[in-house]
Design a protein. Structure first.
Length: 272
């Protein structure tokens, strides 16, 4: 009998991606219905959404470990525990905690060295972007995690924005763990006048034209200059490797574009 779990169900995407990056994808026997990365993981049985799970389907897979995320999956975790399953629920909300999750997960499956190497590689990639943006002008950023009500970015997103060269306009809200802790009003956003709006609405496409037409936003710098962008939620709102790689790179590209456009508009040549 293996000393480590060999039949793992992942109720969210980030643990699935991490296990595959550790070369342990064959241990994953069930995944979230929202799983996108890596593409081959989508062929595994889908056993859950984010707030509910198919318990009978999980039981049929005979897992020896179930992995979940946050208080939002507490009820699912409790039910699985009552049914006798080994459950580990992570609650990472910052970049440091995402890297910790990777290291802890590596320990759970007996891949401590590989997990340390993965975390170290991700840290190097993050540091490279931070170094590339050091000393550059920093556009003011409103990250919109939801549209109704308006919710500003969670901690790891706001940290990534800073690394990518931007200044979040609601830094005092970033540590709010729940969406309701980060609700803002349209008036709040207009008053802080972001240079760029980056939106990611989990489960539905962003409507940039709808954002631009909000009442009271006509004079917001980002709206006037057309600097409204979408990043897919699977890349930025998943607290795992995707956010630290592709999500960060998209933020970097967007903020570089904003910085270049702003500099062009302000240059004597452009105004002559």
């Amino acid at each position: 009998m293996s000393s480590y779990p060999s039949r793992i169900v992942c109720l969210t995407e980030e643990t699935t991606e991490t296990l595959y990056l550790l070369g342990q994808g064959d241990r994953v026997v069930g995944v979230s219905g929202y799983t996108i990365r890596p593409p081959e993981a989508r062929r595994k049985p889908r056993v859950s959404a984010f707030l509910n799970a198919r318990f009978n389907k999980i039981e049929a897979l005979k897992p020896d470990l179930v992995l979940g995320f946050s208080d939002l999956q507490a009820d699912i975790a409790a039910e699985l525990i009552r049914r006798g399953y080994q459950v580990t629920v992570f609650n990472q909300r910052s970049i440091a905690e995402i890297l910790q999750m990777i290291r802890v997960l590596g320990g759970l499956v007996g891949c401590t060295d590989d997990a340390e190497a993965l975390a170290a590689r991700l840290e190097l990639e993050i540091d490279a972007v931070r170094e590339a943006t050091s000393g550059l002008p920093r556009p003011r950023v409103f990250f919109e995690e939801w549209d109704n009500p308006l919710i500003s970015g969670i901690q790891w997103v706001e940290e990534l924005i800073e690394i990518a060269g931007g200044d979040p306009i609601f830094p005092e809200l970033r540590e709010g763990k729940l969406g309701r802790d980060r609700i803002v009003t349209p008036e709040d956003v207009a008053h802080r006048d972001p240079d760029v709006i980056i939106a990611s609405w989990c489960g539905k496409p962003v409507r940039t034209k709808r954002i631009a037409k909000r009442i009271g936003w006509a004079n917001v710098a980002a709206v006037r200059s057309g600097q409204i962008y979408e990043i897919k939620s699977s890349l930025i709102l998943q607290p795992g490797p995707a956010a630290l790689t592709d999500g960060l790179q998209q933020l970097h590209r967007i903020l570089t574009q904003v910085r270049t456009t702003t500099a062009t508009r302000r240059s004597p040549t452009a105004s002559s």
